[in-house]
Structures are given as structure tokens and as C-alpha cells.
Design a protein around this ligand. Structure first.
Ligand code: ATP
Ligand code: MG
Length: 300
């Protein structure tokens, strides 16, 4: 039975994971939203959190971002247990969350939205004033780093496309020192082209050494960019699967509710018995498939 598969024990060079959730239970009165979920995220890794509506994805990341306190279980950062009492607490520890309904003010400028209360001052003290030129320049260069050419950072954020707005929110988190970036369905309202902008940016954040938790319902978004997949089903996890362990079809099946889990379990057992040559061939085939997928994403 697949539910008995152990969560992955990969440790990325021996260091502790950036964050680890251990046996998290979350109850709201009599509702059990999470009943013992374990998940790890390493630096330079994109962890896709998948699952049907009501599976507990948002509850899990709200627990990790200080919005909810776990009823039971532990959160560890760099291997040390922590208690996070508020989103501010989580942010101070480098855990930044970008929600689908972005906390942005459409009529305010890109720069203002980028800084949002953390604007650079011109001088010391409360009368130092907001250094507009410097702020514009930082916002413009941070957006430029991710390939979005903002000609005029003083233009209203509402004039940007949905994908670009997501990128402003992510760029802001990265600029202010996020180590763990949590994205709750950042691509769900976007078309293919816009989604690919965000996916490319997720890959960049990984390249910069961040750990990314990416929530999505779309396997075509998850599979090309994900390194590992954690599947939630009614508050429980089926475990974490490295990309080398599962095909896109298998991830899709798990997202669809795990009907094929028994089959998958048997297949994984078979796979782990197969010799390394066969594993290498499979990885090459997967890399080719990914390449094609990335091309089709970028091409249309
Ligand atoms: N504040 C709350 N009080 C009571 N029950 C809640 C609360 N928040 C979530 N739940 C319940 O917990 C379960 C998990 O909800 P959650 O929002 O985490 O699911 P989800 O996986 O994010 O779903 P979706 O894909 O629809 O966003 C649901 O049954 C939901 O009704
Ligand atoms: Mg949700």
C-alpha cells in the first residue's frame, strides 16, 4: 500500500533541511485538517505540494508561515525546533509566503508595492524621507534580474499582467532575504505564457539557493519545475517522491486522488530493484521529456 511508503529521507549533502514539518496535526474544533504530515524542504529545491481541494495544502503552509499554530507536531528550521507565533515571526526567519490573492495595491506604483513599508530612506531618522529615485532603481533592477523589463517603475501595479504581478511579489520576497519561498497557486489564474514566466522565475529562485514550496493543481506546471512532490489527501500525506522516482503520469494519478496508488507502489518497488543502467536510461528519457515540455511551454 503506497500510504506506507516512507517519506523521502534525502538530505542534500548531509546538512539539515532548511525547513522540516514533523507529524503536524491541525484541528479546527472537530475538523481535522491535518493528521500527521511530515515534509522537508532543502536549499536549492522546489518541493511541489499537491492535492485535491480541501486536502489541507493551505492549512499546511499557513502553519509553516505562522498564521496557524500546529495542534501537535514540530517545525524545524536548519534542524532546530522553532515556534512561530505570527507571519512576522516566520518572515523574520526567512519564510516568505506569496498568496494567490496577492497583497498588492493596484493603483500604487510597482516600486511602492515592491517595498510596501520598507522603503529606503534618504537620510537618518524619521525625517530622512523616502528616496524615490533609489527605490525605483532597486525595483527596476530586481525585476530586470528576472527578465522583466519595467520601463517605468512608477507605473501602477494594476497595469502589469497577472504573471508580472506574481513576479513582483516573488522578487520582493527574494530581495528582502527570503530563504524559503511559499507560493500558493501562483499560476492558477494565468495563461500558458504568463505561467511560464512565473515557472521560469521559480527555477531562478532555486538556482539562487532558496527552498521553494510550490502549490498547484496543474501537473504541467508542477512537473517541469519540481524536484520533489508531496501529495496530500484529506489531511494525510502519501509521502514525498523525488522526480527520479515518479513519472508525470504517476504524479497526475496521485493528484487525481490516488486511485492508482497500489499500482504505483508496486512499480516503485520494481524500479528500486532494477539495475542502475536501467535507472540511468529512464532518467535520460525523463530529461528528454522535460526538455520537450519546457519547449512547448515556452513556445506557445
Ligand atoms: N479556519 C478553519 N476552520 C475550520 N476548518 C478549516 C479552517 N481552515 C481550513 N479548514 C478545513 O480544513 C480542510 C483543509 O482545507 P485547506 O484550505 O487547507 O485545503 P486546500 O488543500 O488548501 O484546498 P484548496 O485546493 O481548495 O485550496 C478543509 O476541510 C477545510 O474546510
Ligand atoms: Mg488552498
Amino acid at each position: 500500500m503506497a500510504a506506507q511508503l516512507d517519506p523521502s529521507t534525502r538530505t542534500n549533502g548531509g546538512g539539515p533541511p532548511l525547513v522540516e514539518l514533523r507529524e503536524i496535526v491541525k484541528r479546527f474544533g472537530s475538523v481535522i485538517a491535518l493528521s500527521g504530515v511530515t515534509m522537508k524542504v532543502h536549499a536549492g529545491e522546489v518541493m511541489c505540494l499537491l492535492g485535491d481541494n480541501g486536502a489541507g495544502k493551505s492549512t499546511l503552509i499557513k502553519t509553516l508561515s505562522g498564521v496557524h499554530q500546529p495542534t501537535e507536531g514540530e517545525i524545524l528550521i536548519d534542524g532546530a525546533p522553532v515556534v512561530m507565533r505570527s507571519p512576522r515571526d516566520a518572515l523574520d526567519r526567512g519564510i516568505a509566503t506569496v498568496y494567490q490573492d496577492l497583497a498588492m495595491i493596484p493603483l500604487m506604483s510597482i516600486t511602492r508595492n515592491f517595498f510596501m513599508g520598507r522603503e529606503p530612506g534618504r537620510g537618518k531618522g524619521p525625517l530622512g524621507g523616502f528616496d524615490v529615485a533609489k527605490a525605483n532603481q532597486i525595483a527596476r533592477s530586481e525585476m530586470g534580474k528576472i527578465g522583466i523589463d519595467v520601463r517605468d517603475p512608477s507605473q501602477a501595479v494594476g497595469t502589469l499582467s497577472g504573471g508580472e504581478r506574481q513576479c513582483v511579489a516573488i522578487a520582493r520576497a527574494v530581495h528582502f532575504g527570503a530563504r524559503v519561498l511559499i507560493l500558493d497557486e501562483p499560476t492558477s489564474a494565468l495563461g500558458v505564457k504568463q505561467a511560464s514566466v512565473v515557472l521560469r522565475y521559480i527555477a531562478q529562485a532555486r538556482a539562487r539557493g532558496l527552498g521553494v514550496i510550490f502549490i498547484t493543481h496543474n501537473v504541467h506546471h508542477a512537473y517541469p519545475v519540481g524536484d520533489a512532490f508531496t501529495i496530500l489527501n484529506r489531511g494525510r500525506t502519501y509521502g514525498t517522491f523525488q522526480k527520479s522516482e515518479v513519472s508525470r503520469e504517476e504524479v497526475l494519478n496521485m493528484m487525481a486522488g490516488g486511485k492508482e496508488l497500489d499500482e504505483l507502489s508496486a512499480e516503485l518497488a520494481e524500479f528500486s530493484r532494477s539495475d542502475t543502467a536501467a535507472a540511468g536510461a529512464r532518467e535520460r528519457a525523463m530529461a528528454e521529456e522535460l526538455h520537450r515540455e519546457a519547449e512547448s511551454l515556452h513556445g506557445h
